[in-house]
Design a protein around this ligand. Structure first.
Ligand code: WTA
Length: 676
């Protein structure tokens, strides 16, 4: 459980009611819930009608793959089909249709580069550029169903690339540009991508950092072992000198930028795979989460419209995520563009050139909806309120939070300092797997509580249950996981007991893992196991508490403990490693590693710790770099040889040890403590 879990002792706080003015003009009203309660599938069919369908669907949902209680032999696939037989084109819905409706001159993207360059792209211009990219990708022989890896910083071409893929039915796999060459290679190989789209470099804290170099390194990995990539398409962003492989590498400005701006979008089946996005699981190998077309876009559009109260042509929206994460997919690209949003896309870090950057951007464009992560809010708090207070933030009218539980203190600060005590806060719970927001207040409808995600959205159904699947609200029992200090009763597993349109359709290439990860725990009931703990408070507000598995949440990024452990043991000096997420004031959790060295290791002490940190950072990504590494003589293990992470977490967080009775040798802790 993350240490930044809401301070649950404090839930009886007053509710923040929506103001009458907001309520009067809100997109969402109580009728949404009423409609969903009356007929859930009819409700989703209404939402799907937000989109343009080339062909109508014949059935809203086919969930025969998810039949509960089936015998193992006839185990269902747990693959839903939404809007069966319907056909649509995602890019047409996100771009063409707005131009055809007469909004071609509306700005789609206010791009703000880190070095200070900026560019406004209208929907007409976006259409022309997406068409050019689609024409070029067709020219090099890519066909619907092929996979394309996108490894790019936050520049318009990244969004254009995603839309061009969607337009052609190419399944994109966006790989966060902070990932290492080996992480990129693993993802390219797993999806067998035919094309990688990248940039020469990226701007980070005022400096141009190479990026194409990482692609070269990834593709030449292991002495140039064969890979699936035929072309590397390179956008020039920094003018850094790069290596060039003739025949394989092509410049964007020499190809895409010269292609025809006319392209007619073809429809695809509602279940055509739109994208794969890799996320950390409890084992070292990342999972390629598969999303499809019709249901995904329906829920992306519905949630963006209602949760953010977005008004097309009026609001200026800014989601600060990176397209390398699901938040960037659903709430920068597909949700907002399907709703004809004018949005800010910012390339860089929040303190380049200084800590005023975000608020300068809010002022410059009159941002009215701002969506970010608790870790950044806590960073702003640390920098001090005088920074945002030096700016006119009066344009802001809705604030969003995503990625981890938001602690009530940060929630209050966000509301008071950024939202002038009036902008409603939507704390949105969802996952890469859910595709779109599942649990959140609706502004104008839901009275909110600092730190609580409040309730599932209309059309979404959740339960909080114990290990047997009993509703914890009705049961005396609690789920059997090590929730620390969750405070009150009714803590349980968060499950989704009804299929939803944007749900994942599997793990790429590993449907057994898909079933085992999400559907096995509550196979009898046929419920989706989210991997999070949650509870209802005495007023019925829903609080999401954080992961109950070995997945850490560092600054809103999911990192598995075993991923970091395997990077550590990949270092020649390390014999064994155990990694835990310990609570961290700013990042939610910080990575704390305990390592046992090989007898032969000469280098010890601080120099080795520094080296190991750099090693993990290079092997996975700087986001996976441990906050602390402790060299210890032994690790606490159960009799069956399992490392007891729960106890290591106690040590890392400086707590009294929990139950050590199953340990082989409880004395190891004296040694570990001595080593700290
Ligand atoms: C956590 C990000 C509490 C949770 C969209 C989930 C949250 C994981 C919240 C998914 C929230 C996300 N409150 N916890 N509002 N939002 N989480 O796949 O543990 O990167 O399972 O998707 O983040 O992370 P992912």
């Amino acid at each position: 459980m993350t240490g930044s879990s809401p301070d649950s002792g404090n839930t009886a706080t007053a509710l923040f009611e929506p103001s009458p003015e907001f309520r009067a003009d809100a997109n969402a009203g109580p009728e949404l819930q009423e409609a969903a309660d009356k007929d859930r599938l009819a409700f989703w069919a209404d939402q799907a009608a937000r989109l343009h369908w080339h062909e109508p669907w014949s059935e809203v949902l086919d969930w025969s793959g998810g039949a509960a209680g089936a015998e193992p032999a006839e185990r269902p696939s747990y693959v839903a089909k939404w809007f069966v037989g319907g056909q649509l084109n995602v890019a047409y819905n996100c771009v063409d249709r707005h131009v055809l409706d007469g909004h071609g001159d509306q700005v789609a993207i206010h791009f703000e580069g880190e070095p200070g360059d900026s560019r406004n792209i209208t929907y007409s211009e976006l259409l022309a550029e997406v068409s050019q990219a689609a024409n070029y990708l067709t020219e090099i022989g890519l066909e619907a169903g092929d996979r394309v890896a996108i490894y790019m910083p936050m520049i318009p071409e990244a969004i254009i690339s995603m839309l061009a893929c969607a337009r052609l039915g190419l399944t994109h796999s966006v790989v966060f540009a902070g990932f290492s060459p080996s992480a990129l290679r693993q993802r390219v190989d797993d999806a067998e991508a035919r094309l990688v789209i990248t940039t020469d470099g990226q701007w980070r804290r005022g400096k141009a950092a190479p990026l194409k170099e990482a692609v070269d390194e990834a593709l030449y990995a292991n002495g140039g072992t064969p890979h699936s990539v035929e072309h590397v398409l390179v956008v020039r962003r920094t003018n850094l000198e790069i290596e060039w492989t003739d025949g394989r590498d092509v410049w964007w400005h020499e190809t895409v930028a010269k292609a025809s701006t006319e392209h007619e979008a073809q429809p695809f089946d509602a279940e055509h795979p739109l994208f794969i996005l890799y996320t950390s699981g409890t084992t070292g190998k990342p999972k390629g989460i598969v999303h499809t077309t019709g249901g995904y876009l329906t829920q992306a559009s519905y949630t963006h419209h209602n949760v953010f109260d977005h008004k097309a042509g009026k609001d200026v929206y800014w989601c600060t995520a990176d397209i390398g994460w699901v938040t960037g997919h659903t709430y920068i690209v597909y949700g907002p563009l399907s709703n004809r949003t004018t949005q800010v896309v910012y390339e860089g870090t929040p303190n380049s050139p200084d800590e005023h950057r975000h608020w300068n951007i809010v002022e410059k464009y009159g941002v009215s909806i701002y969506y970010t992560a608790p870790t950044l809010i806590r960073t702003f708090m640390k920098w001090g309120r005088q920074i945002p207070q030096a700016h006119d933030l009066s344009s802001i009218r809705v604030l969003g939070s995503v990625g981890e539980p938001i602690n009530p203190e940060a929630w209050r600060w966000y509301r008071e300092v950024i939202g002038a005590n009036k902008a409603p806060i939507v704390d949105t719970w969802w996952q890469t797997e859910t595709g779109a927001i599942m649990i959140s207040p609706l502004p104008g409808v839901t009275a909110t509580k600092p730190g609580a995600a409040m309730a599932p959205l209309p059309g979404i159904s959740v339960k909080i249950v114990d290990d047997e699947g009993n509703d914890v609200t009705d049961s005396e029992k609690e789920a059997d996981f090590s929730v620390r200090s969750a405070g009150s009763a009714h803590v349980g597993y968060l499950v989704l007991d009804q299929p939803w349109p944007a749900m994942l359709r599997g793990i790429w290439g590993d449907m057994e893992r898909y079933k085992a990860t999400y559907w096995e725990k509550f196979a009898e009931q046929g419920w989706y196991f989210a991997g999070d703990g949650a509870r209802y408070d005495e007023d019925g507000a829903l609080w999401v508490l954080g992961r109950v598995d070995d997945v850490m949440n560092v600054s809103g990024h999911r990192i598995s403990t075993s991923e970091v452990e395997s990077a550590l043991v990949g270092h020649s000096g390390v014999a064994e490693a155990a990694v835990v997420g310990a609570s961290d004031e700013t990042t939610g959790q910080g990575i704390v590693a305990f390592v046992i060295l090989k007898g032969s290791t000469e280098n010890t002490g601080d120099a080795l710790v520094t080296e190991l940190k750099a090693h993990v950072s290079k092997d996975i990504s700087p986001i996976a770099k441990p906050r602390e590494i402790h060299i210890v003589p032994e690790l606490p293990k159960t009799r069956s040889g399992k490392i007891m992470r729960r106890l290591l977490r106690d040590v890392a967080e400086g707590r009294e040890l929990g139950d050590t009775s199953t340990l082989v040798d409880p004395k190891v802790f004296e040694d570990i403590r001595a080593a700290r």
